[in-house]
Design a protein around this ligand. Structure first.
Ligand code: CMC
Length: 424
């Protein structure tokens, strides 16, 4: 085993170096504070390995993303969302029998307790669907208290089925609520994506037939979003889970973390930005000047880990042209997006900072072509990310990792005497 040496105030200590299966290396500093009194400082965790994980591998320099060893390109091309969910959660691709059983278990739990509809009713129609979704997911702790009180492996597995099964129902209901339409009930003759589209778009006054082009596109998008190792929301899920909080409450926290515009909320912001450029007739180059003056960020660009093309963005961009032409959609913002990308990729500001399009840059254009409204984009991200969060939570839960509890360097006032209110 190789070691790193650290010298501080004349004392040298050796710290073991951990090596992963892809030859990534980390200095194990678990003895650092005891040996030296020091802690480390790494704002935004840019250099911190928070855990050992066997779920997802990504190499930001080479633009590689693999779930359980399988390249994202192959999964997006050859698999479907439920198969990928199984792979992420249980570690291997399912056999046909395992796949059928998994699908059946999910179907068995699609129906949602009618009292959850009352919670939904309490929201104003203008509520952001991410807030609605995280609340409904958290409410499952009340309907299935054993998830909190008796988290045996069997119960955890049952909660995994329930969560996968009910999430499309919640997403569909959040949308129906915002539209003022009656909610739909799940339809178990459909597969996962068909059922989701049914709950989103079926109306009581018309027949509904899920379009196979839309179903294929949806499978692809959900697969591409299914996991991304220790990002902000996955780390949130693991952090909350490390206190032994239930699966439902941990995932609900992850949904809230994803909501932020620097994370999953970026897909909504990209479309709003492209629409603004279109409506105001702004030249993409002029918009980039605003970005370079740091008045705005180019949403859908840049990534903490990818310093090269995000492989998901490459797949989505290719799919975008195909899906829009299959659906006969001619969306002018696609051309604006391509123009912005081209201009950015040849501009020194973006080149020197290694800023490339990320997964969110083109995904919203496809969602829009599928008829999904802008304020639902981040919810779509959450639907796709669910298996990844579950896999991360399950891995953490099965490990002996202690509760997450970082240290700090205190910079506030030093000890002082209390002054009563009349004397201040
Ligand atoms: N537009 C303009 N400048 C940018 C951008 C951007 N999108 N992203 C980074 N920069 C600049 C930033 O201003 C900084 O410049 P300087 O060195 O002059 O101060 C430099 O690049 C490094 O940026 P950073 O904020 O330190 O990088 P980070 O790793 O902390 O941030 C990020 C990563 C994704 C938060 C950031 O690139 C960003 O805000 N992008 C736009 C939002 C977005 O698209 N988010 C979706 C991420 S992918 C989906 C997901 O997994 O959530």
């Amino acid at each position: 085993m190789s070691v790193a040496q650290l010298t501080f105030e004349g004392k040298t200590i050796e710290l073991p170096v951990i090596v992963g299966t892809e030859n990534e290396k980390a200095i194990d500093i678990s003895t650092l504070r005891d040996a030296t009194g020091l802690v480390t400082m790494d704002l935004g965790y840019k250099n911190t390995g928070a855990t050992k994980s066997a779920v997802t591998f990504l190499d930001g320099e080479l633009g590689i993303l693999r779930y359980r060893g399988y390249p994202i390109e192959e999964l997006a091309e050859k698999s479907n969302f439920i198969e990928v969910a199984y792979l992420l959660i249980y570690g291997e691709l399912p056999t046909k029998a395992q796949f059928d059983e998994f699908t059946e278990q999910i179907k068995m739990h699609t129906l949602v307790n009618e009292d959850i509809k009352k919670i939904l009713d309490g929201f104003p129609a203008t509520a952001h669907p991410m807030g609605v979704l995280s609340s409904l997911v958290c409410s499952l702790t009340a309907f299935y208290p054993e998830s909190v009180e008796n988290p045996t492996p069997d119960n955890i597995n049952l909660n995994i089925f329930r969560l996968l099964a009910k999430m499309p129902t919640f997403v569909g209901w959040a949308y129906k609520k915002s539209m003022g339409h009656p909610v739909n009930y799940p339809m178990n003759r459909y597969d996962y994506c068909q059922n989701f589209l049914h709950m989103m778009f079926a109306l009581p006054v018309e027949d509904f037939h899920p379009d196979p082009i839309v179903v294929d596109a949806l499978n692809k998008l959900l697969i591409l979003h299914a996991d991304h190792e220790q990002n902000c929301s996955a780390s949130t899920v693991r952090m909350v889970g490390s206190s032994k909080a239930s699966l439902y409450s941990s995932i609900s926290a992850g949904i809230n973390a994803l909501w932020g515009p620097l994370h999953g909320g970026a897909n909504q912001e990209v479309i709003e930005m492209l629409d603004e450029i279109r409506l105001m007739g702004i030249d993409p180059k002029d918009y980039l000047e605003k970005v370079k003056r740091k008045e705005v960020r180019l949403m859908g660009f840049g990534h903490r880990v990818y310093k090269n093309f995000d492989p998901r963005a490459k797949i989505i961009k290719k799919a975008c042209d195909k899906i829009l032409s299959q659906l006969g959609v001619n969306d002018p913002i696609l051309e604006i997006a391509k123009g912005l990308e081209e201009a950015a990729l040849t501009d020194e500001y973006f080149i020197s900072r290694k800023l490339y399009p990320n997964v969110d840059f083109y995904s919203g254009i496809i969602y829009r072509a599928l008829g999904i409204p802008t304020n639902m984009f981040t919810v779509m991200f959450a639907l796709g990310r669910l298996p990844g969060w579950i896999a991360q939570w399950k891995e953490l839960n099965a490990s002996k990792e202690p509760i997450g509890r970082p240290r700090q360097i205190y910079t506030g006032a030093t000890a002082r005497d209390f002054v009563s209110i009349t004397e201040r």
